[in-house]
Design a binder for this molecule. Structure first.
Ligand SMILES: [Fe+2]
Length: 219
């Protein structure tokens, strides 16, 4: 992609679809904010709107079963191993949190970085689409020359971005919301944790701390 701190992984899309289907009863249309718990599975999700333009929602774990759900798919998709294969030995990689990103429109680009430059490739945000995206609503980013480029999402592939990767969702509008399965993950090195936690500890109600395990965020 000719940009800093971004890699692409191949993922088993059937497994990604299975993950989505397991929570489709609570993730479906009409879920905007707050907590929902599946009567069948006990999986709890928590939806947060960060209030950027558009109707972006982060739907993350709302209870222990919800956290275990994301953990299970992080393992089953082999995210840590696949990342190690690409980047070489970077020590143990753990999932900090899992979530779905859901949105049906965004009006203007909102450029940002998920992690600061200090994080480099030591922590990553992985995004993979549940269903194919259209011509719009893909990922805008700046390449090493500062020129705007478009990365087109594809099922069976995940884009993973680390520190300083400058990006935005491409403006779009769709009848059906675009849903992505996402993981925030990276190293267990506590020296890097303060920089990583600026993002990894701020995306929902729970996250995994590299030393303390699963932490519930106070309301
Ligand atoms: Fe982002």
């Amino acid at each position: 992609m000719n940009a800093v701190n971004v890699v692409e992984l191949e993922l088993d899309h059937e497994v990604v679809t299975t993950a989505y289907q397991q929570v489709e009863d609570i993730l479906g249309y009409g879920y905007v904010e707050g907590q929902r718990v599946s009567e069948q599975s006990g999986i709890g999700l928590f939806s947060l709107c960060p209030g950027w333009n558009g109707d972006l929602r982060w739907v993350s774990a709302g209870n222990d079963r919800g956290f275990a759900f994301f953990d299970h798919y992080f393992q089953r998709l082999g995210v840590a191993e696949k990342t190690q294969d690409l980047l070489g030995d970077c020590g143990q990689l753990i999932m900090y949190s899992g979530f779905f990103v859901v949105r049906s429109h965004t009006v203007n680009p909102y450029y940002h970085v998920d992690f600061s430059a200090a994080v480099g490739l030591n922590a990553l945000t992985l995004m993979t689409p549940i269903k194919p995206t259209g011509d719009a609503g893909n990922l805008l980013f700046h390449d090493v020359n500062g020129d705007e480029q478009v990365y087109r999402y594809s099922t069976g592939k995940a884009v993973c971005f680390g520190g300083e990767f400058y990006h935005s969702t491409e403006p779009f509008e769709s009848d059906q919301p675009y849903v992505f399965l996402c993981f925030s993950y990276g190293v267990t090195d506590l020296k890097l944790w303060d920089a990583i936690a600026e993002t990894a500890a701020e995306q929902g109600k729970m996250y995994r701390h590299p030393a303390h395990g699963i932490v519930a965020v106070a309301d």
